[in-house]
Design a protein around this ligand. Structure first.
Ligand SMILES: *Cc1c(COP(=O)(O)O)cnc(C)c1O
Length: 424
């Protein structure tokens, strides 16, 4: 059988079924809310309804109890949750916040929103999460917080990062958009750091179209997030809030419809996560012995919930470039792509164009540090992006046993034909 790339028939002729977590339960829940006529109950002034309607409140209490966290605050996206959580930390303009270059852009822009300065630390290759040694090396007297992403569904080295922050007045916010339900040392990710931010965007394990939830055990952080979510500045006087910094309020409110859907989605989370783990483990056992390919690593004490199934590829072992390999796999019907991101290389950081055209907030006299966004500051992240990482977006399809076996067969077929693909 010749490779599909050279005219043979593809291993996977029709694409797998699209993944969706939405079913009749969500339809019923949404209809109930719409029929009630109460689509959102918030008021943006100090009032009992400042905290939202019955479904928002119920979702928050169910989310907090599921994840074993002191508080859960529903918001309208992970992005707004990150903005609220960082605003809750009393950052001063010009403070530095350490973040990974391998995360969605919002993990870093949520820092800039408060006129604080993102400082990128490098990743470790095993999980593509922040490398604690690099984080430690980037700490300066200006460091006030760390945003740590549990990338692709695998927890970061959270205790080492918490240890680095401890005693230095540095807060840690977890961006767990990709890792709902992943465990770290017996706790859910999101509950290890000072606050954790989940996404309910439609690309994620569970969703409400758009939405997010922040969890924290810290009552003061929780209150400040609730304020920022709902027009803080017009509430603080009547509510008697005394800590008045960063009290720019937004409208980050989740609607009753989304909250009702989220309550149903939460009931499905563990089942959906489990089936994705089963699929990933099946694929890993099938690919484990292919030369030059390293399936995802799962660190002892952590669980991986596989938002993305990310592999490392070594073209020096096969003699086939990563781009050539991807062409061959794509032709066989495997949806796989190269690399991820390097946020520090985006125009916003290269040109320092966050606000206005004069380089603010890096310029303007507030920032006393010397952050660099030069190519080369995160060598592991850059190399992994440019030459080693292969990723399958596990969140896109239903990977049942049969589909996984066909994906594995496509890999094996390509590996059987490596000599015909050699381009190095
Ligand atoms: C999806 C994602 C976000 C953004 O989530 P939204 O709910 O769409 O705002 C942020 N961070 C990471 C790591 C993500 O994967």
């Amino acid at each position: 059988m010749s490779l599909a790339l050279f005219g043979g028939s593809p291993t996977i002729a029709t694409p797998p079924r699209r993944y969706t977590s939405i079913g009749p339960e969500e339809v019923k829940a949404a209809v109930r809310v719409v029929e009630s006529g109460n689509l959102s109950q918030y008021v943006g002034c100090w009032d009992p309804d400042f905290y939202g309607g019955p479904n928002v409140r119920a979702l928050e209490s169910e989310w907090a109890s599921y994840f074993k966290s002191g508080n859960a605050i529903a918001v309208n996206s992970n992005t707004s949750g990150l903005m609220a959580a960082l605003g809750a930390l009393n950052l001063e303009p010009g403070d530095e916040v350490i973040v990974s270059p391998w995360t969605m852009s919002a993990s870093a822009t949520a820092i800039l929103v408060w006129n604080a300065i993102p400082v990128f630390a490098d990743i470790e290759l095993e999980t593509f999460n922040l490398d604690p040694a690099s984080v430690a090396a980037r700490i300066t007297p200006l460091t006030r917080a760390i945003v740590v992403t549990d990338l692709f569904g695998h927890p970061a080295r959270l205790s080492e990062i918490m240890e680095i922050a401890r005693g230095k007045g540095i807060r840690v916010i977890e961006d767990c958009a990709q890792a709902p339900g992943a465990m770290y040392a017996g706790k859910f990710v999101g509950t290890v750091a000072d606050a954790g931010v989940f996404s309910l965007n439609y690309h994620k394990h569970i969703h409400t179209g758009e939405g997010g939830v922040v969890v924290t055990d810290n009552a003061e952080i929780a209150e400040r997030i609730q304020l920022i979510r709902n027009h803080a500045e017009s509430v603080v006087a009547d509510k008697g809030v005394s800590l008045l910094t960063n009290m720019i309020g937004f409208n980050f409110r989740m609607t009753e419809v989304e909250a009702a859907i989220a309550r149903e989605q939460l009931l499905k989370l563990s089942g959906l996560v489990k089936s994705r783990m089963v699929a990933a483990e099946r694929l890993t056992s099938a690919l484990r012995d292919l030369p030059g390919l390293k399936p995802p690593f799962v660190r002892p004490g952590s669980s991986h919930v596989y938002y993305v199934y990310a592999m490392q590829y070594d073209s020096s072992v096969t003699g086939v470039s990563r781009s050539r390999l991807i062409e061959a796999l794509n032709a066989e019907g495997v949806d796989i792509s190269a690399g991820y991101l390097n946020l520090h290389l985006l125009p916003m950081y290269q040109k320092r164009i966050a606000y206005g055209s004069a380089g603010f907030p890096w310029t303007g006299g507030l920032y006393r540090g010397t952050v660099s966004y030069d190519k080369g500051i995160c060598p592991q992240a850059e190399r992994a992006h440019e030459s080693t990482v292969l990723k399958m977006e596990f969140c896109k399809y239903v990977y049942d046993d049969e589909t996984i076996d066909r994906v594995a067969a496509a890999f094996r077929k390509v590996w059987d034909h490596l000599p015909s693909l050699k381009d190095l």
